[in-house]
Design a protein around this ligand. Structure first.
Ligand code: FMN
Length: 184
């Protein structure tokens, strides 16, 4: 798939299923992440891959995080939150590990990790897989960051849910109207 076809046809999948990307494809996707632009060559991105039973731990933590935010959450809401971790056979958690102090500002290090996430979304799409980039309040929960092996001060910028496509999403039109200025 050429680059512009990949960019123009990528959309968040609405529903994912097995099989997860093969080991070889996952390596290709992760390598695409590590090719992101990177001011200062800090490689600030950190990737943790969850598959199989490891997803249950994330589900438990997401339910606990919901309970902490909303002690009135009922069993059904907690079950739904827990099941979110099972919506794909593979999850890549992407964090930005910030080098401090450093002449490269923190925001630029975060952006590099975001660019890594986008590279992985496009690579997954080009290989025929579906993906969803989610964060949600759980991504800001220190217990969840440390469960992935990230530091509390790291920014968890993406949970990339990855798998085969059960229900595809519709690509959106490029949203540049009225957000564009030409200065000549
Ligand atoms: C940093 C970041 C966090 C996001 N978190 C969520 C999220 O928690 N839940 C969600 O539904 N969409 C989230 N999105 C948006 C979706 O990933 C998706 O891009 C958006 O719904 C547009 O759909 P598309 O990917 O099909 O163009 C997030 C996007 C970014 C860049």
């Amino acid at each position: 798939m050429d680059l512009f076809t990949a960019i123009d046809t990528r959309a968040s999948a609405l529903k994912l299923c097995d099989p997860a990307p093969s080991h070889e494809h996952l390596q290709r996707i992760l390598q695409a992440g590590g090719r992101a632009p990177d001011h200062g060559k800090l490689a600030p991105w950190r990737f943790t891959i969850l598959r199989g039973e490891a997803r249950l731990v994330l589900g438990e933590l997401m339910a606990q995080s919901l309970k902490d935010r909303n002690p009135a959450a009922d069993a059904d809401e907690l079950r739904r939150e827990r099941n979110k971790a099972m919506r794909a056979p593979c999850i890549i958690a992407v964090a930005a590990h910030i080098t401090r102090p450093h002449k490269v500002p923190e925001i630029e290090q975060v952006l590099a990790a975001g660019a890594a996430a986008q590279n992985m979304l496009l690579a997954a799409h080009a290989l025929g897989y579906g993906a969803m980039w989610k964060t949600g309040p759980a991504a800001y929960n220190p217990a969840i960051k440390t469960a992935f092996g990230f530091a509390e001060e790291d920014h968890l910028v993406a949970l990339i849910y990855l798998g085969s496509i059960e229900i595809a999403g519709e690509p959106r039109a490029s949203a540049i109207e009225e957000r564009l200025k030409w200065m000549e």
